[in-house]
Design a protein around this ligand. Structure first.
Ligand code: GLN
Length: 344
């Protein structure tokens, strides 16, 4: 009995400590401080020239490998940017979570799990082995197979109406007019032999829900949409803000659709680099071979970074490092700090 006051005291102390810790962890520095941090990180990473341009999409070889931009969009709608943030790049696979979001909005969240799957493959984004190995075949909407299956589930009675609605959706999310990069679109349409094989294989397994060539065309259009980091981060900020657009104030997605998209991004957004990413960064994210990556910090902000040179998984080297540094310095990782916090 005599111990009771001590226990009570200790518990109060612990509760107080936990509250102080979470208040401190929840607080973001001022926009000005984040802006100077972005500038610092950009300058620090500019000399990094590891990685290479993808060679399987000829038009992507023409990209200026030196471009490098980072943008942050806060849940209050403010945008902070550094570097080549007005240069656009093909969104490529960074579009995939947003297409899955539209399919969830049109048909409910469960359709993704039932007709595609939600498991990470542990394999490359265009792996054919993964389709053969997993009974679900398409596996998840963020690898090429699952992304084409996702496109095949879009509402609309023709590929043209599906595409119009999808582009309109991206534009509403980005709060900007977006266009297809015609050179990239021509390039992925003419080549893309592996994606043709994937679409045919899925169709044969009954896991592609439309004509393979028509589906592949909508998929190629979505990959070829040009965005800037500010636009991509705005798209991500809708997810960070629980489905409400931080700039227009419009509800774009239900909360449970947002959590579904973020779950996919957490498990599979960085392909066979997803485990390493969770280990070092701890944020849902999605990369594209155009060099862009979007990461989401629920309730706080979204980060988009872009630089064309890629690592062996197809993820931009500088963009990954930029997001990792920002996340580390602001302690944004959802799983707690991954490195000892640096003094600011
Ligand atoms: N359009 C590309 C492809 O289908 C997208 C891949 C990616 O960005 N990882 O291969």
């Amino acid at each position: 009995m005599k111990l009771l006051p001590q226990i009570l005291g200790l518990s109060l102390l612990l509760v107080g400590f936990a509250a102080a810790r979470s208040a401190c962890a929840d607080e973001l520095p001022s926009a000005e401080a984040i802006q100077s941090l972005l500038e610092e990180i950009h300058a620090e990473l500019l000399p990094v020239n590891d990685g290479s341009l993808p060679d399987y999409i000829p038009a992507l070889q023409d990209a200026d490998a030196e471009l490098f931009a980072i943008s942050v969009v806060l849940v209050d709608g403010r945008t902070l940017s550094v570097g080549n943030s007005t240069d656009s790049f093909p969104i490529m696979s960074a579009a995939k979570p947003f297409t899955a979001a539209l399919v969830m909005k049109q048909h409910g969240r469960e359709i993704i799990r039932q007709k595609i799957g939600v498991e990470p493959t542990g394999a490359a984004f265009n792996s054919i082995e993964a389709i053969e190995m997993h009974p679900e075949r398409a596996v998840n909407p963020l690898v090429n197979a699952g992304a084409m299956a996702t496109v095949s589930l879009l509402g609309g009675d023709s590929a043209a109406t599906q595409w119009d609605e999808l582009l309109g959706w991206y534009q509403d999310l980005a709060n900007a007019e977006l266009k297809i990069n015609q050179q990239v679109y021509a390039s992925v349409s003419e080549t893309g032999f592996r994606n043709r094989a994937i679409a045919m294989l899925l169709y044969d397994y009954g896991r592609l829900y439309g004509d393979p060539e028509a589906v592949r065309d909508v998929y190629n259009r979505q990959s070829s949409v040009d965005v800037t980091t500010a636009q991509l981060a705005t798209m991500g900020a809708v997810l960070a803000n629980g489905g409400v657009h931080p700039q227009s104030g419009k509800r774009m997605l239900a909360a449970e659709e947002v959590s579904g998209v973020l779950a996919l991004m957490f498990m599979a957004g960085m392909y066979d680099g997803a485990g390493d990413w969770a280990w070092h960064v701890g944020l849902p994210a999605k990369s594209g071979v155009g060099g862009g990556i979007v990461a989401v910090v629920p309730g706080k902000l979204s980060i988009a970074a872009f630089s064309p040179r890629l690592d062996e998984h197809g993820n931009s080297v500088r963009a990954q490092r930029a997001i990792r540094m920002l996340s580390g310095r602001l302690q944004l990782g959802l799983l707690g700090p991954a490195e000892k916090p640096q003094s600011q």
